[in-house]
Design a protein around this ligand. Structure first.
Ligand code: WTA
Length: 663
């Protein structure tokens, strides 16, 4: 095998699980080692779901009150429940039982922004820290069912906050600290969060992030929802604003708290957290995840996808502000008593060897990142890897977008030395945990395919035109799930109808993922990307409608149409076609200001890569923008515009093409 194999060759190649890689310690025998085992467990999960999920739940989670029924409700009615009638506490499951059984094992290994400052927190220490944060929440009067917003950097304290919320039955809503004050305010209001936890500042790639300042602005925009702000002293900056009666500094309050506060049992179906994600219309959706099902899903997939064993060091580089950070930085690994590495920085700070230095330093055994990072690091060359000992790695995962076979092969051979298994995991904020993934020591893999369904996931590929299920192999259509699974989101905050119409009623009686997919001749799934108006930039979901609503805030924008364009590093990049009021001159300054508006309204993740000011957008006679035409032109495929019979004014096309080509 060479790294120079052609794309076509890579696409048809199958890799056998490297069971004899020499990297599997004798006390960490893989949980599942053959396709027969996978097949029989998968079959049981569909044929006898009650038996299967009872086994999983008892293996992975402790309940304080047994559940009476494994599951109830239907996808169609959107009233799915799991482990019905049971009670449990998430924080107890992720912290207390390990503080009891393995108190001196490391729970969190922290890699701060500046290299060389590694810090570890044992399970015993984690318990104390989580209890003290829970104590702070109690001091502020928070009670079960209240919502706490979290706007924090990637530091151990963020995990304490989440675990302290679940300890008391508080619902957390984490907002990625790259979102703007406006976005944060929308989420605070929508989730009705009376307390927000933040830091004075954040550090990322050597740059300061003014988290508290952004929170102050967001509170101004969100009326009187927020009663208190807890401020963790990350940098100790002296110039942050302190609002008497509202703001509370973490340090002194934390110290005053008791080192133990008992966990509060909550119902299996009580809400655990709200997480906002972009939809195909403007307003982000506050997905609600509930307690028992989410925890079982997080623990099960962590255990089997990453073959986690006690003593492993798991590193997921996703921010806790995304679902990947919730499930695979915090809840999954800790529910299994495994060390989780929290990484505050970026892959290229101070240089492109940062990930690998970290793997070496923390002796990481499972590493989980996004294709965009792999592509970017691959481009910078292998020399950044040679510095480091990566031989502890057994499993290396990817998530967030399809991984191109070339990047997959590089990851496997250069990062994994051909000995670490690549797991390409497909899932969504809505699914809570992996739904399509290889099992590392059982599933033969194909670069670019997320392979086969996780236990309990019954997939279907549908004809998008009529929703009919396409049976058999070698079919392409849209991806749906035919029955509920424990970790699926239960609703959208305040808008159950939107939940039903977005996911459950697009096609009959199935959960609709919003992704296109192909099932190949071996039954393997290949995700083709979103089929709705959602763009995937560096693995982050952003809705075109949301960016358009942000652009319109700029006085120089009359109308806009945003599309995703293929990008070598970020997967997709944001292109915005804009029309302006009469008299506005097409200049770099005007475009820069528009970009600033988007960054202010949503945050830097939504930054358009290019703004193209045009006289007119291509529309149908009834006034609908024809995005397909804009996509083709942006991709340089103006010779393949397809059927233009609905286009109101075909004469605008030439001008559009010229504008785009002009750069
Ligand atoms: C995409 C991230 C291909 C997909 C966990 C999905 C993927 C969206 C993969 C969810 C993968 C995620 N291969 N595409 N392995 N994983 N996606 O909610 O389009 O941020 O619908 O959850 O990312 O993004 P979200």
């Amino acid at each position: 095998m060479t790294l120079a194999e052609s794309h076509e060759e890579l696409l048809v190649k199958t890799y056998q699980p490297p069971v004899n890689s020499g990297r599997i310690p004798s006390d960490k025998k893989p949980w599942i080692t053959s396709m027969d085992e996978y097949n029989s467990m998968y079959k049981e999960s569909l044929d006898s779901p009650d038996t299967f999920w009872r086994k999983m739940a008892s293996e992975l989670v402790e309940f304080t009150k047994p559940y009476q029924q494994v599951t109830s409700g239907s996808l169609h009615n959107g009233d799915t429940q799991w482990f019905v009638g049971g009670e449990l506490n998430v924080s107890y499951n992720c912290v207390d039982r390990w503080a009891r059984d393995t108190p001196d094992n490391v729970a969190i290994s922290f890699e701060p922004d500046a290299p060389g400052g590694k810090r570890t927190v044992t399970f015993k220490e984690l318990l104390e820290n989580v209890c003290r944060v829970a104590g702070m929440f109690k001091t502020l009067g928070l009670k079960k069912g209240d919502t706490v917003a979290v706007y924090m950097p990637m530091i151990p304290e963020t995990a304490y906050v989440l675990l302290a919320c679940t300890r008391l039955g508080l619902v957390h809503t984490v907002v990625f600290a790259g979102f703007s004050a406006t976005s944060l305010a929308d989420r605070i209001k929508d989730a009705n969060a009376s307390v927000i936890v933040t830091s004075d500042q954040g550090l990322r790639g050597g740059k300061l992030i003014h988290t508290k300042k952004i929170v102050d602005e967001a509170i101004k925009l969100s009326g009187d929802v927020v009663k208190n702000v807890i401020v963790f002293e990350r940098t100790g900056a002296s110039d942050i604003t302190y609002v008497e009666g509202r703001d509370v500094m973490w340090g002194p309050l934390f110290k005053q708290q008791a080192s133990y506060i008992p966990p509060v049992p909550v119902g299996s179906e009580d809400p655990m957290f709200i997480l906002y994600t972009s939809g195909s219309t403007g307003k982000p959706k506050g997905l609600v995840h509930t307690t028992a099902g989410y925890l079982v899903g997080a623990a099960m997939t962590s255990k089997y996808t990453f073959d986690l064993h006690i003593g492993d060091v798991f590193c997921c580089t996703a921010d806790i502000g995304w679902i990947t950070g919730h499930t695979y930085v915090v809840y999954g690994p800790l529910a299994l008593g495994v060390t989780s590495v929290i990484f505050e920085s970026v892959p290229t700070f101070p240089d492109a060897s940062r990930f690998w230095q970290m793997v070496d330093e923390h002796k990481v055994t499972q590493f989980y990142t996004a294709p965009t990072a792999i592509r970017a690091l691959r481009r910078l060359g292998d020399s950044y890897i040679n510095c480091c000992d990566l031989s502890t790695l057994r499993i290396i995962g990817t998530v967030g977008e399809p991984i191109n076979p070339e990047a997959w092969v590089w990851y496997h051979y250069v990062v994994g030395d051909g000995k670490a298994v690549v797991v390409d995991t497909y899932w969504q904020s809505e699914t809570g945990s992996h739904i399509i993934t290889p099992l590392p020591f059982a599933t033969p893999t194909k670069p670019g395919s997320a392979t086969l369904p996780m236990f309990g996931i019954e997939l279907a590929i549908l004809d998008p035109a009529d929703g009919k299920e396409l049976e058999g192999n070698d079919v392409t259509g849209v991806l749906a799930v035919k029955r509920s699974w424990p970790s699926m989101a239960r609703t959208i905050v305040g808008d159950h109808d939107r939940y039903l119409s977005t996911y459950m009623h697009v096609y009959k009686d199935v959960y609709f993922t919003g992704d296109g997919a192909m099932r190949d001749s071996d039954g393997y799934y290949w995700i083709k990307g979103r089929v709705d108006d959602v763009i995937n930039v560096s693995g982050h979901r952003i809705s075109t409608a949301e960016i358009e609503s942000a652009l319109i805030v700029d006085n120089n924008v009359s109308e806009s149409a945003v599309i995703g364009v293929e990008d070598e590093i970020t997967g997709q990049a944001i292109f915005a076609y804009v029309t302006t009021p009469k008299g506005v001159v097409d200049s770099e300054e005007v475009k820069k200001a528009m970009i600033q508006t988007v960054r202010k309204e949503i945050g830097p993740i939504a930054t358009p890569k290019r703004i193209i000011i045009v006289d007119e957008l291509p529309k149908t006679r009834s006034g609908k923008i024809i995005r397909r035409v804009l996509r083709k032109i942006a991709a340089g495929e103006e010779d393949q515009l397809g059927d233009l019979s609905t286009l109101a004014d075909p004469s605008i096309l030439d001008v559009l093409v010229k504008k785009v080509r002009a750069g």
